[in-house]
Design a binder for this molecule. Structure first.
Ligand code: ADP
Ligand code: MG
Length: 698
């Protein structure tokens, strides 16, 4: 139950002046419809009414304030003409302009001969200085009661700046005093205020500096938000650690046999990851580990090692991929190895239907299948395993937190139902953000790649030189190259994107005939696979694709990657796409085609791609150039959208938050101390009510 202390903050926004039911609905979609949601909507700019120039010297376009005398009203003869009020002072004339005005109201507010303070954005129209719909027209005393500096908030359609500002300002004097959930010493050391003061200060900026992320009020609120987030992740993680899991013996025989089958030794990174996983699986608690390694770093081998550990202990293992193509590819790679080791395995996707599916289900349920490889189909409700020991989830960013939690419940009931989970991702998250994104998991990173990889030569070329690029493919093909040509997501509509890809395929077909194939997201899975298979076999040499090939597809013979409209892709995505080539023995190249003119940021981003192939470096640079919100879209990373914290600007707070949470939970795991009680209030404030579940018992 939410503490009553917070009731006033969770009252409907419609209880604020100026917010009716209709605006309430708009707010519900825009900020959230409770008062606290408005308080978490921070100003993005401000209007400074200290600017009081003379009428002869005022700068066009600025918000200015003048003291003037009202000379005369000029009511329009026709309804669609504006109403004008002419004013003057010693320095010149000022015209106030109103559309669809109510003359009676204006007559009362601005009687002729009266002196008024008028404020608004100044425009020059012919030789006149005018303000259209002034923000304020008030007698001196009333004007002086206004804040000199007014915050300006991000808006949405149907919401006016003034109404939003007034509503938020009206909420500020009535904020409850909340107990301090931050460490008193820390707050003092940072020279921050308490929550109440900080919210008020953030909404009453006095100058532009008060809008900066580093301003004490904003920094404190950002810390609060990060603290709530990290605390929940830490609680989830701690709870998971307490869940009974299986203790798998440190079996070495089967994994060693597998390593001997490989034509290469494991890299240092792979060895380290394998030993992390072994320790997790041997422990009597559940594993939830993230294996983070760039495209081509060799995660699959590590996954197999984990699965073999379970199999060697008589349990089953499952490997889940996000797409049909990838599941099949895993089956093709792993199948021969598993056969050699005498392990029974099975591919299971949505295409297993009817009798086939029934047989598959039976084989999983009676334990005849030791390793299952598949898509989401593996974790439908009707799928039961005889004894699932470990589940590996490939390309984690396609799955949500819920799904990874659901997975861990497929185990043997008499063993507590616990399944060890390993999630693998190639999304290179900047190191500074790993904990924020994946705080509920343990993380193994694989920084080094298998040796002998040839660098991919990357060129950035203008679309003006399309003909030249298209022609050059001919030469490459004569040398046996296989080529990906990726067309971007240009619109919200898949059909429009498809048309672009079809056009490109046609154009290339005109040059190279039937060696050109097309694969896109609208195709049936079987059709897609057929095209991919022909490309892998070399029947097709140029594969035009929408971004369906984005994840994980492996065709070692592919040596050229052309990406059209490269400027529209995220760097992480470009990096992933480029990772499709350079997998074989031959030298590879990547052509980033852009349509100019490019802005500075776009230029800088594309040149990073030319300069490095290090996914982590690319991620850090992308973060620097674009900000965390965009690099880590919620969809990609599972990171929540923060409202008060800016992961880039407040990056320096992250280590402090992590330490804070760690120490806190060591000392007060159930949040029972006075600070613990205050932290519960914080969790409710940020709507993390679900966290309370983890605090009920030891
Ligand atoms: P990813 O991490 O992108 O999933 P994969 O597991 O698909 O990478 O591995 C990419 C390629 O590298 C595969 O062809 C694999 O056989 C090969 N590979 C994996 N480990 C090593 C290693 N230690 N030495 C050399 N090649 C390796
Ligand atoms: Mg992979």
């Amino acid at each position: 139950m939410r503490p009553t202390l917070l009731d006033s903050l969770f009252a409907d926004a419609t209880t604020l002046p100026g917010i009716g039911p209709k605006l309430g609905q708009i707010l519900a979609e825009f900020t959230g419809d409770k008062i606290i949601d408005l308080l978490h909507h921070l100003p993005s700019n401000l209007v400074d009414r200290q600017y009081r120039p003379s009428l002869s010297e005022v700068e066009d376009g600025r918000i200015a304030t003048f003291e003037v005398e009202v000379i005369k009203h000029d009511a329009p003869k026709r309804r669609n003409l504006p109403y004008r009020i002419l004013c003057q002072n010693d320095t010149g004339y000022l015209s106030l302009v109103f559309f669809h005005a109510r003359g009676d109201w204006l007559g009362k507010a601005m009687p002729e001969g009266a002196v008024r303070l008028v404020s608004g954005r100044v425009e020059r129209f012919r030789d006149q200085i005018q303000i259209v719909h002034p923000d304020h027209m008030l007698p001196k005393a009333a004007f002086e009661a206004l804040p000199i500096v007014e915050p300006v908030y991000p808006l949405t359609a149907g919401l006016s700046a003034k109404i939003l500002m007034k509503a938020i300002q009206a909420a500020l004097p009535n904020l409850p005093a909340l107990p301090e959930w931050q460490e008193a010493e820390w707050v003092k050391q940072q020279s921050w205020g308490d929550w109440q003061n900080s919210v008020q200060a953030a909404h009453r900026p006095e100058d532009l500096a008060a809008l900066e992320a580093g301003h004490p009020a904003r920094a404190r609120l950002a810390y609060d938000e990060l603290l709530a987030h990290q605390l929940v992740l830490a609680l989830v993680r701690r709870q998971r650690r307490q869940l009974a899991g299986r203790s798998f013996d440190d079996a070495v025989e089967l994994p060693n046999k597998f390593v001997k089958l490989l034509p290469f030794p494991l890299t240092g990174s792979q060895e380290k990851a394998v030993s992390d996983i072994r320790a997790d699986m041997a422990a009597p608690t559940r594993m939830l580990r993230l294996l983070q390694g760039d495209v081509g770093s060799g995660k699959t081998v590590v996954a197999v090692m984990a699965m073999l550990q379970a199999v060697a202990n008589g349990a089953q293992a499952a490997l889940m991929a996000p797409t049909e193509i990838l599941a099949r590819q895993h089956a093709e790679t792993l199948g021969p190895w598993l056969d050699e080791l005498g392990i029974s395995w099975q591919l299971m996707t949505a295409r297993n239907k009817g009798k086939l599916r029934a047989e598959s289900l039976a084989a999983l349920a009676d334990g005849n299948v030791q390793i299952a490889i598949g898509t989401h189909a593996l974790f439908q409700d009707d799928v039961a395993f005889a004894d699932l020991g470990v589940a590996v989830v490939d390309e984690q960013h396609r799955f949500g937190v819920q799904q990874r939690m659901a997975l861990s419940g497929k185990g043997r009931k008499d063993q507590g139902g616990g399944v060890d989970v390993l999630v693998m991702t190639a999304t290179p998250i900047p190191r500074t953000l790993t904990l924020t994104a994946y705080g509920d998991m343990d993380v193994s990173q694989m920084p080094d790649k298998p040796p002998g990889r040839k660098p991919v030569e990357t060129r950035v070329i203008s679309m003006d030189r399309y003909d030249e690029v298209a022609q050059s493919l001919g030469n490459a093909m004569r040398d046996g190259a296989r080529i990906y040509w990726v067309c971007p997501l240009v619109s919200e509509s898949e059909l429009v994107d498809l048309a672009a890809a079809e056009d490109r395929a046609k154009a290339l077909h005109a040059l190279y005939g039937d060696t050109v194939g097309l694969v896109h997201g609208q195709m049936k899975a079987a059709e897609k696979d057929a095209v991919m298979a022909r490309f892998a076999a070399g029947d097709i040499s140029i594969l035009v694709a929408t971004t369906v090939i984005e994840v994980g597809v492996n065709v070692p013979e592919a040596t050229v990657m052309v990406i059209e409209h490269a400027e529209r892709f995220g760097l992480a995505q470009l990096h992933q796409l480029r990772g499709r080539v350079g997998r074989g023995l031959d030298a590879s190249s990547c052509v980033l085609l852009y349509r100019g003119p490019l802005g500075e940021t776009s230029k800088a981003r594309l040149s990073i791609m030319r300069e490095t192939e290090d996914g982590f470096k690319i991620a850090e640079e992308d973060l620097r150039l674009r900000g965390a919100g965009e690099v880590l879209g919620t969809r990609q990373s599972g990171l929540p959208a923060f409202r008060l914290a800016d992961l880039e600007a407040h990056a320096d707070l992250l280590p402090a938050v992590h330490d804070d949470v760690r120490l806190l939970l060591e000392r007060d795991p159930l949040l029972k101390s006075p600070r613990g009680e205050a932290l519960r209030v914080l969790l409710y404030l940020f709507r993390r009510d679900e966290a309370m579940r983890f605090l009920q018992s030891g």
